[in-house]
Design a protein around this ligand. Structure first.
Ligand code: S5P
Length: 268
């Protein structure tokens, strides 16, 4: 199936190379799932790729929560992810001024050298996006920034007025790949989609086939509803990596998300 047909306006109105790459990977593998690979050992992370690699389009990492991280083991892990046709998304949630964010892309983890995507808050102003883009540019690579427009956690401070400002600034910036929206509240997500239009992607955490409250203030909504409300990628963590059979669960999320995208396209 051609990506342009499946994604419709989302494809035709978005020519950012990394966004097109994601849409193509999703089509090849028939999944809109990004696995939040929140395991704390390198063996656990590598095992996840083996178990679910064919059913997910991207791997979301928190490089700073791994106990036995080394540059060598990380390089091998990234090679394995690439071989499994996965985008690598470091959920670093940068928030500093532009120049420091650029430097934070290097350092011991050297995020600029292996990440395709990173998250950032826009609280410090739009220069953060230029700083992160300059970070990738420093090593001759390209990447995309996902701005946090909403969050899934209870009591978060991203009020509607703040969301609207993030969207207005982010829509106008070529370095912005898209926005993080709240997958646990389809009505909020539909509003976000209205504000964003078709020119940028929306990725959503807070999604689980078992809807309701999660640990420590996390909230969960249904994957199909999230996609129908305008999500282009469901970010799923514990729903997959804590399952008895992560591969089977990943396939269930993949099927639900892909079917919802096909239905969304045929309804539009
Ligand atoms: O608002 C947010 C933004 C993010 S990126 N809420 C979130 O939960 N996340 C991330 O998504 C969080 O850091 C975690 O890695 C993942 C959700 O994991 P789960 O186990 O709750 O599905």
């Amino acid at each position: 199936m051609q990506a342009a047909d499946v994604w419709g306006q989302r494809w035709s109105m978005n020519d950012l190379p990394m966004a097109r790459t994601y849409m193509e990977v999703a089509c090849r593998k028939q999944t809109l799932v990004c696995l939040a690979a929140d395991r704390s050992t390198m063996a656990g992370l590598n095992q996840l790729i083996d178990q679910v690699g064919t059913h997910v389009a991207a791997l979301k990492t928190h490089v700073d929560l791994i106990d036995d991280w080394t540059p060598y083991l990380w390089r091998k892990f990234c090679e394995k992810a690439k071989a499994a046709d996965l985008l690598i998304f470091e959920d670093r949630k940068f928030a500093d001024i532009g120049g420091i964010s650029r430097k934070q892309m290097s350092g011991i983890y050297d995020i600029r050298s292996w990440s395709d995507l990173v998250t950032a808050h826009l609280i410090s102003g739009p220069d953060i996006v230029d700083g992160l883009q300059a970070g990738w540019g420093d090593v001759g690579r390209q990447g995309g920034v996902l701005l946090l427009a909403q969050m899934s956690s209870r009591g978060n401070l991203l009020a509607p007025e703040y969301t609207a400002k993030v969207v207005a600034k982010g829509k106008a910036h070529d370095g912005v790949f898209g926005f993080i929206g709240n997958g646990s509240r389809p009505e909020e997500l539909a509003q976000l989609r209205n504000q964003v239009g078709d020119g940028k992607l929306i990725w959503t955490p807070g999604v689980n086939l078992a809807v309701g409250d999660g640990e420590m203030g996390q909230r969960y909504g249904d994957p199909r509803e999230a996609v129908l409300a305008g999500s282009d990628c469901i970010i799923v963590g514990s729903g997959i990596h804590k399952a008895d059979d992560p591969g089977a669960q990943a396939k269930a999320y993949a099927d639900a998300s892909w079917q919802a995208l096909c239905d969304r396209t045929s309804e539009s």
